[in-house]
Write a protein that binds this ligand. Structure first.
Ligand code: PEP
Ligand code: MG
Length: 746
């Protein structure tokens, strides 16, 4: 039996080269091939011939090719096996005279894979033109697994051509979506640790079959239980995914491949790994998002099976967590992140998880740097690898070189220093050099946000996004839970006004436990106040919870996405109904109540007189207002950065709001992301904004900016620029030049 013979060869106490030489001889004779060669990928991207039976031995460690070059390079590049009866007629064939391979016609090459990485290529060749059978291809792929272990063990490092290194575990610079600001240096903690397979080759195939059957049985049972329970047991375990699991777990082709792998001599766990490697190689190169999703499902199922077979734990225990943990996961629910010890968390990297994912909200609230949408990160890293996350740029450095690490350590240090300086500004009044007071407020949405009020010196919570409680919960929060949250919030910051915004769901914000409406244009669809008015029961429950919680206090309630005055009137009528109800039942009334709207829908810009006459306050939701003004989806990376909010058109629109508010004596705040960026905030002060609400981390930088700003100067500067009608799509450069000339820190 070949695998047994190979295992013996691997255990022999000989040099790495001698071992490899022996292995190729065994493979060649077993496959009845004249040639067997092993190529290993180096860190310069070239494949080096490491051993051969049949080709010219002088070529060993001398012949190299680029990944992508020739048949071998092509296999490395595509990570797919290639079987040809007439290799030389293949367009990718490239002839290396030193190897003497011109006399061999048939060619079978398979990638040496570990995780999703190609470590090398294993080839057999025959003189005669022959077709390799499916079994032969699979047998060679199984043998390649053994070679992968050998490469991964590091022993081949000693025989690589002098001056070179094997590519395994190279430093990698990856790019994803910048999700939560900050720089974190630390070590990889796989949210779902991978199983390390210790025993590849089995003594007794029958026993392995039985082990596989038992494990399958138990995994199937646990999936059925989860499905029967009908709820999601945790993140990523929604019904649909479970159904897919069930489908795979009973899939005949998959089961047959597992059994074949066992009958070739592998242990049950090695068989699972082997079949999964295959599936991964096949599916990974597909761009079809549906197929890639299925690969994830299959990966998860294989992972469950491996855990079942080896008995290894599914979660990292808290004691095993390094002090500087960077969690790496495919996807993660908000609750799972909260389960980790905050003191040890330095960052989060996800394969999914865009900026508006729910876990992103938590990461930002906890101040943990996060990068999302990093392709393939799980396969590329190993437990405990060194890793750096830059949540401000979306960069991830895996196994960084010392100079890269030093640069990021410096960046992190500078940030910490700046943070300290901002902290010192906390108690200074936010007043411009010419004495104009600017209200700096904070956006929040969860209890974990509240300590930031004190830390930053925010004057109020200018926007409390009540939907966050709904988004991170596993089930719809009941009236009592809503009341508890609102009351706890006001109790936690008794001297600080809180502007509660009613439920803003729909569009990009969906609730995991509610079925999603299929809408062609969700951003323009049934969302926020539209849902609230169509389902008054929902909105009234929330309003009642708020008003009860605000008994004896000053209350501020704000409605999102209001497009017409009538919508506000109807919402206000619901509030009044609830007040009547509370009064009738002798509840304590809020001592004052102010009602306002978010200005997010452009129609309001041309109804300001009527709107400002009815509301107590307005707050500009520039995130949504921008997306509607430019007709550019805020979450679609292709278009979201296409237009600059510092365009004259936008600034004129924003100025029309403050101009009208001045006439009506109305209170106006801006609570979108632009209010938290110093340069944008400077322009906003220039068009009349005196109150900005922003994420806590932005308060320091914005305050530092305005303490050095002359409000009169920036106002005339922006007013003049806007009057010039330049037709420019942005006045960013002019504003930057202004800040530089005036020494305003950005
Ligand atoms: C906005 O749209 O600017 C806003 C503050 O609301 P959200 O980001 O929650 O939609
Ligand atoms: Mg909004």
């Amino acid at each position: 039996m070949l695998l047994r013979r190979l295992r013996e060869a691997m255990a022999e106490p000989v040099s790495a080269q001698a071992r490899l030489d022996k292995i190729v001889v065994h493979i060649a004779s077993n496959m009845v091939a004249e040639v067997c060669s092993v190529y290993v990928l180096r860190d310069d991207g070239r494949l080096e011939l490491f051993a051969t039976e049949g080709l010219n031995r002088e070529a060993v460690h001398l012949t190299t090719m680029r990944s992508g070059e020739g048949l071998v390079g092509r296999i490395a590049e595509t990570a797919e096996s290639l079987a040809l009866s007439d290799a030389q007629s293949h367009p990718a064939f490239s002839y290396k005279p030193e190897t003497g391979e011109e006399i061999y016609h048939s060619f079978l090459g398979v990638p040496v894979l570990r995780g999703g990485n190609t470590l090398g290529v294993l080839v057999v060749q025959n003189k005669a033109r022959r077709a390799y059978s499916e079994e032969e291809i699979e047998a060679l792929e199984t043998i390649a697994m053994l070679l992968a272990e050998m490469v991964a063990s590091g022993e081949l490092q000693s025989i690589v051509h002098p001056g070179n290194k094997i590519a395994l575990r190279l430093p990698l610079a990856l790019k994803g979506a910048a999700v939560a600001d900050g720089v974190g240096l630390g070590h990889v903690v796989l949210h779902e640790p991978r199983v390390t397979i210790k025993q590849l080759i089995a003594e007794d195939p029958a026993k392995e079959e039985a082990r596989l059957d038992a494990a399958l049985q138990s995994v199937r049972k646990s999936i059925d239980t989860l499905i029967d329970r009908g709820d999601q047991a945790g993140p990523g375990e929604h019904l649909e995914v479970l159904e897919t699991f069930r489908m795979f777990a009973h899939d005949r082709g998959w089961l047959r491949r597992l059994r074949e792998a066992i009958s070739s001599g592998l242990t049950a766990e090695a068989a699972v790994e082997r079949v999964q490697n295959d599936a991964r190689a096949k599916l990974q190169r597909r761009t079809d998002p549906y197929l890639r999703e299925r690969l994830h499902d299959l990966d998860d199922l294989a992972n469950r099976l491996l855990h079942e077979l080896t008995g290894e734990s599914f979660v990292v225990s808290q004691d095993e967590m390094p002090d500087n943990a960077i969690i790496v996961a495919r996807t993660m629910g908000p609750a799972a992140l909260l389960d980790y010890d905050r003191a040890k968390l330095r960052g989060l990297v996800l394969e999914d998880g865009g900026p508006s994912s729910h876990v992103a909200i938590i990461a930002r609230a906890l101040g943990i740097p996060m990068v999302g949408e990093v392709d393939n990160i799980i396969d590329l890293c190993e437990q405990n690898d060194a890793i750096i996350v830059d949540g401000s740029t979306g960069d991830v450095q895996l196994r960084p070189q010392p100079d890269v690490e030093a640069a990021y350590a410096e960046k992190a240090r500078l940030r910490a220093k700046r943070q300290e300086q901002y902290h010192k500004l906390r108690d200074e009044p936010a007043v411009t050099t010419d004495g104009v007071a600017i209200g700096l407020h904070m956006n929040a949405g969860l209890m974990i946000d509240l300590p930031h009020v004190k830390e930053t010196g925010a004057q109020s919570i200018g926007l409390f996004r009540t939907e966050l409680q709904f988004m991170v919960a596993a089930q719809f929060p009941r009236a009592q839970q809503q009341y508890d949250l609102y009351k706890n919030v006001m109790d936690a910051v008794p001297d600080v006004p809180v502007t509660f915004r009613t439920l803003d769901i729909g569009g990009d914000k969906f609730l995991p436990y509610m079925s999603r409406l299929e809408e062609d244009n969700p951003a323009l669809g049934w969302r926020a106040i539209r849902i609230g008015l169509d389902r008054p029961g929902l909105l009234r429950t929330q309003l009642r919870a708020m008003l009860k919680a605000g008994g004896g206090r000053d209350m501020r309630i704000m409605f999102p996405m209001v497009a017409t005055c009538e919508e506000f009137d109807r919402a206000k009528a619901l509030v009044e109904r609830e007040l009547t109800h509370l009064r009738r039942h002798d509840y304590k009334m809020p001592s004052s109540l102010k009602l306002g709207i978010m200005i997010e829908v452009p129609s309001v810009l041309w109804a300001l007189d009527e709107m400002l006459a009815r509301v107590d306050f307005v707050s500009v939701g520039s995130n949504d207002l921008m997306q509607y003004l430019f007709a550019a989806d805020r979450d679609n990376r292709r278009v979201s950065d296409r237009f600059d909010p510092l365009a004259p058109s936008v600034l004129r629109a924003l100025k029309s709001i403050t101009d009208k508010a001045a006439i009506h004596g109305a209170s106006v705040t801006l609570c979108g992301e632009i209010g938290g960026r110093p340069l944008e905030a400077m322009a906003l002060i220039g068009v009349g904004y005196r109150n900005l609400s922003m994420s806590p981390a932005s308060i320091g930088p914005v305050k530092a900016m305005l303490l050095a700003l002359d409000a009169g100067e920036i106002t005339s500067f922006v007013t003049d620029l806007l009057a010039q009608k330049t037709g420019a799509s942005s006045i960013r450069a002019e504003l930057q030049a202004f800040a530089e000339a005036k020494g305003v820190p950005l």
